[in-house]
Design a protein around this ligand. Structure first.
Ligand code: UT7
Length: 323
């Protein structure tokens, strides 16, 4: 398969570190030095499904296809205000698509998990054109009285359209059970038979542990991926890494000994948008003309679970109409 269209959408409301320091015991300098994040966009007027629809429409438009040409829709999403129906069901008809659809929760690695699943659909002849929309509102998982988590996240949506082709070289997705380091619990209805009344628990994160797990796992993924494709860090033109923390990206860059220019970032502007971070970055780079025909890209992400995903792909330039 190959990517033939990209799109993204961000909430209008921009929230700076100083704005957060107005009601949390934090500071612009702490957030910037520990994470690299300066501002984030947070949902206020819009809904997540509206963002997802805009990102998807932009991706379909740039692909040159029509909504009815899409024959599978995958939404990468951790949680939204609906438990059921799925986000993909909610956006399907408004997009004008008429195809099977499914949500996939691969935490922050969900976009790469979705690509991996799409790849399997192409290889088994199940689909000719697939739309992936990664739409996330992690700001809604946080306890906004806690500085440890609420300063890290932003909301947003990124989308790609895939068709048959030779763009993707290899995938590796991994998973392990570490429920204690990163979780968000939602309460379910109480039944006469359930002994424990559960409460919604806003996002809990052992930051340092997640940091170490992320660096270790991403370095392993990159090493395995390069070695089994007989490549070195030099052979990758650009690394599109999950935008969680500049220091995590920097640790991976240092391990590879590759120049900073190969590691584009936008976490300064948007914070950690979970699985939407890589497709948003990809859309911005592609529309800015930074992704050239034939470039080799490496995409890598990690997330709660603990899960990781990595892929290597060749880029084919996309032509965008003036907007
Ligand atoms: O997509 C997956 C999502 N998660 C991640 O990617 C998170 C990975 N982890 C991280 O990015 C980092 O661990 C954090 C940015 C979360 C924290 O950075 P750190 O350098 O690991 O700091 P720390 O947790 O070790 O905390 C250092 C200090 C503590 O104070 P004491 O105990 O030294 O007095 C914290 O209480 O910083 C304090 N602190 C803060 N101070 C100001 C924690 N959060 C804040 C804050 N503002 N927002």
């Amino acid at each position: 398969m190959k990517i033939i269209g990209t799109g993204s959408a961000l909430p209008e409301k921009e929230v700076t570190n100083d704005m957060l320091a107005g009601f949390l015991e934090t500071s612009d300098s702490w957030i910037t030095t520990r994470t690299g994040i300066q501002t984030r966009r947070l949902l206020s007027k819009e809904t997540l499904s509206e963002l997802a629809i805009t990102a998807a429409q932009n991706a379909i438009k740039s692909s040159g296809l029509n909504p009815e040409d899409i024959d599978y829709l995958i939404c990468s999403n951790v949680a939204n205000s609906y438990v059921s129906p799925s986000l993909s069901s909610i956006i399907l008809a408004p997009l004008g698509c008429c195809c099977p659809c499914i949500d996939l929760n691969g935490a922050c690695a969900g976009f790469i998990y979705s690509l991996d699943m799409a790849d399997a659909f192409f290889k088994t002849g199940r689909a000719k054109n697939i739309l992936i929309v990664a739409a996330e509102e992690p700001s809604r998982f946080c306890n906004w009285h806690e500085r440890e988590t609420s300063v890290l996240f932003g909301d947003g949506a990124g989308a790609v359209v895939l068709t048959e082709g030779e763009g993707f070289k290899d995938f590796r997705v991994t998973a392990d059970t570490h429920t204690d380091v990163l979780y968000y619990k939602r309460s379910l209805e109480v039944t006469p038979y359930d002994r424990v009344e559960e409460k919604t628990m806003p996002l809990v994160m052992q930051g340092r542990e997640v940091f170490k797990l992320a660096v270790r796992a991403c370095i392993k993924d990159v090493d395995v991926m390069l070695e089994r494709n007989n490549m070195t860090g030099e052979d990758i033109d650009m690394y599109l890494l999950h935008q969680a923390n500049m220091r995590i990206i920097e640790s991976i860059r240092e391990h590879l000994g590759q120049p900073k220019e190969k590691f584009p970032t936008n976490l300064q502007k948007y914070g950690n948008t979970s699985s939407a971070s890589i497709p948003i970055l990809m859309d911005e780079l592609s529309r800015a003309g930074e992704l050239k025909d034939g470039m080799t890209l490496l995409l890598s992400a990690f997330g709660g679970g603990f899960v990781t995903g990595i892929t290597i792909m060749k880029w084919s330039e996309i032509k965008y109409e003036e907007e």
